[in-house]
Design a protein. Structure first.
Length: 157
C-alpha cells in the first residue's frame, strides 16, 4: 500500500466520520487533502520534480480535473439532494486517482448507497403508501469509504 493510498483512505475515513456525526464534510478537510495530492511523489512522477514547468503543468491538470469533476458532480448531487461536500469528496477521489481508478473506487460505494436508498424507501414507504415517519438521509461518505476500501487495500490483479 502506498502513501498516496493511505492518505486517501485516511481522508475518506475522516470524511465518513464527519458525515455520520455532523451530516456535513468540512471544506478544509477536502482542500487539505487536495493540497497533499499536489505534492505526493507517488502521485506525480519523480522525473517531473526536476523540471518546474512539468510540475506546474501536472499540478494544473490535477486541479483542473478536480474543478471539472466537482462541477459535474455538483450538478448531479443537486438533483439528488446530496450536499456539496459529497461532490467535493467524489471530485477529490477522481482527481487523486485519475478517471479510471477513481471510477473503480467510486462505483462500489455508489452501488452501496443506491442499495441503502432502495432499502430505506421500501422500509419507510412500504408498497406505495405514505410514510408514517420521515426516512433518514444518506451520509454518502460512508458508502464511498466502504466501496473504496477493497480498491485501496488489495493489490491490482
Amino acid at each position: 500500500m502506498t502513501v498516496s493510498q493511505l492518505l486517501l483512505l485516511q481522508c475518506l475515513t475522516i470524511a465518513a466520520g464527519y458525515d455520520l456525526r455532523e451530516r456535513r464534510i468540512p471544506h478544509m478537510l477536502i482542500y487539505t487533502y487536495l493540497c497533499f495530492g499536489l505534492f505526493l511523489p507517488d502521485r506525480i512522477d519523480a522525473s517531473l520534480w526536476t523540471c518546474s514547468s512539468s510540475f506546474l503543468r501536472t499540478s494544473l491538470f490535477y486541479l483542473l480535473t478536480y474543478l471539472l469533476s466537482f462541477v459535474m458532480l455538483r450538478i448531479l448531487t443537486a438533483l439528488t439532494h446530496a450536499g456539496g461536500g459529497d461532490a467535493r469528496l467524489m471530485a477529490l477521489i477522481l482527481s487523486w486517482c485519475g478517471a479510471e481508478k477513481g471510477c473503480q473506487l467510486l462505483l462500489p460505494g455508489l452501488a452501496f448507497a443506491l442499495l441503502y436508498l432502495l432499502w430505506i424507501r421500501r422500509a419507510f414507504h412500504g408498497h406505495g403508501g405514505r410514510p408514517s415517519i420521515s426516512s433518514p438521509g444518506l451520509p454518502l461518505a460512508l458508502p464511498l469509504l466502504l466501496g473504496a476500501i477493497p480498491g485501496l487495500i488489495l493489490p491490482p490483479v
